[in-house]
Design a protein around this ligand. Structure first.
Ligand SMILES: [Zn+2]
Length: 509
């Protein structure tokens, strides 16, 4: 089966969504709640529960574009209002129509088909569980049936109406609302009386920026929660079973993979050249500023932290990992290294020497690791106990080094970032990279799953087909490293190396 979907669709979705600033959320204990979630509203879902009930209208909306569609919808509703006589109608959803008494049901379906044409509505016959299937089948002319075309039409009809605020979805919701209005099922609040006329002549009268939202807010009142509305669930189950997934990105596509890696490869060539020089200068500057072979907690911490971060940055470029989850974990390391160094230097300027505390804390941690391994008899491929022992005892015999269980300072990283006036930097990177370090859902979702672009699958998540290429971290990390280099220069003047921004070639689409 062949189907197409607009690749740009997801973009449009996100563009239309407005988000509430954090300042308007309410906080109770450890939960921040957005304003809408504080209302006691049943969150009925347009996609999952209501759209399939308006499938006939979705197919008409797709097939008869623009005004033609409105003319047909208007005619259909008018016909129903003129021909229903005393029948009490709930609405015009597929389930509602199935419940119309004979012969109204048959003649209404026949009228819809007559107005919209068999070709527009033929995709309904792909769905054997459709309410009143036999009546639709009796009215739709199947002579020129083309199953591929029908699936394609069904897919497109769903695709344009999936996002509940799109023009097309609003059109469907207007049809559903006017159907429910026929017998006064939806009551207007007094304040909205003036809007009735605008809804009747939708989309021709009134300011549509106001009319559309009021149609949607009235339509949602008929949220189809009664147990008779079984069709939507059956529809989604059926089309999921009968159509294939369409990956958002197929990383097995070599050309696409290479194009996406082009920027990382460019970065590699550029950074390999400059970082080799900078690293050498950093080593040279270490020796230029080294004055003793005794323990120098300050000197070794400043250069150690800078080298640790720079080396990780270099490794990202060697291994092309700047666009991977690994890269994000390393960005967090660079952030923490920078904030620690900034804090140590800031405290020193205020007369507080924390260099020893920083070092002793780390040594104590190594000692703790060693104790645990020895006490429990652990074996590990990554932990070299001889090295642990050496580090634990290097400054003084570990029997004299207390083991601190908290942070090396009473502060935590967040408070340290405030102290050094880098709270914004912390907010920019800490929560995002935490997801990657702690394997929480946001990171797992971004890195290992993707969206299926088959509209008949409700934009569900499927595994990434290959290794996911994420946005490149290098530019953010370059800025963090330059901040570190400035600190090295501040602590040991004469280090003037900074990394300039690479000239980027235009990313291939
Ligand atoms: Zn799928």
């Amino acid at each position: 089966m062949h189907m197409t979907a607009k690749a740009s669709q997801k973009k449009e979705f996100s563009k239309t969504m407005l988000s509430t600033p954090l300042s308007q959320y309410s906080q109770t204990k450890k939960t921040l709640t957005p304003p809408l979630a504080t209302l006691n509203m049943h969150s009925s879902s347009w996609i999952s529960e209501r759209l399939p009930e308006m499938l006939w209208a979705a197919l008409i909306r797709h097939y008869h574009v623009g005004d033609d569609g409105y003319v047909i919808f208007r005619d259909i509703i008018r016909w129903l209002s003129e021909n229903k006589s005393n029948t009490e109608l709930v609405g015009v959803t597929h389930t509602d129509i199935k419940n119309y008494p004979d012969p109204l049901r048959k003649s209404f379906i026949a009228h819809i088909v007559e107005q919209a044409g068999s070709v527009a509505l033929r995709p309904l016959l792909l769905l054997p569980d459709l309410p009143a299937y036999e009546d639709w089948k009796a009215s739709i002319n199947e002579v020129e049936q083309d199953e591929n075309m029908d699936w394609s039409q069904l897919t497109k009809a769903i695709s344009i109406t999936l996002w509940h605020q799109s023009q097309e979805a609003t059109d469907l919701r207007w049809v559903k609302l006017t159907g429910a209005l026929l017998d006064g099922r939806v009551k207007f609040p007094q304040s909205m009386v003036g809007r009735v006329e605008e809804i009747n002549s939708y989309p021709k009268s009134g300011d549509q920026r106001e009319v559309r939202p009021s149609i949607r807010s009235l339509e949602i009142m008929e949220n189809l929660q009664s147990p008779e509305y079984q069709w939507a669930a059956k529809f989604w189950e059926f089309v999921y079973k009968h159509t294939a997934c369409m990956p958002e990105v197929d990383e097995r596509d070599i050309a696409m993979f290479e194009a996406k890696y082009a920027l990382v490869s460019d970065n590699k060539a550029y950074y390999m050249k400059i970082t080799r020089r900078i690293r050498q200068k950093l080593v040279d500057h270490y020796f230029t500023t080294s004055v003793t072979s005794a323990i120098d907690a300050r000197h070794e911490a400043v250069f150690g932290l800078a080298l640790y971060s720079l080396d990780i940055f270099i490794e990202n470029n060697i291994f092309l990992s700047a666009s991977t989850p690994i890269g994000r974990v390393t960005a967090r390391i660079m952030l923490e290294s920078y904030l620690s160094m900034a804090y140590l230097i800031k405290k020193e300027s205020e007369g507080e020497q924390l260099w020893e505390a920083f070092r002793n804390y780390g040594t104590g941690q190594v000692s703790l690791i060693e104790r645990k391994y020895e006490d429990e008899g652990y074996q590990s491929s990554m932990v070299n106990l001889e090295v642990m022992d050496k580090i634990a005892n290097e400054d003084k015999w570990s029997e004299f080094v207390p083991i601190y269980l908290g942070h090396w300072d009473t502060s935590d990283l967040r408070r340290m970032s405030i102290d050094v006036n880098e709270k914004a930097l912390y907010d920019k990177y800490y929560p995002y990279t935490s997801g990657y370090v702690h394997a929480t859902w946001g990171a797992v979702r971004e890195a290992s799953l993707q969206t299926c672009m088959n509209p008949l699958h409700r934009l569900h998540r499927i595994p990434s087909y290959g290794l996911t290429i994420l946005p490149n971290i290098n530019e953010d990390c370059r800025e963090i490293l330059n901040k570190m280099f400035s600190l090295v220069d501040q602590a040991y003047p004469g280090f003037n190396e900074r990394m300039r921004k690479p000239v980027e070639r235009k990313a291939k689409k």
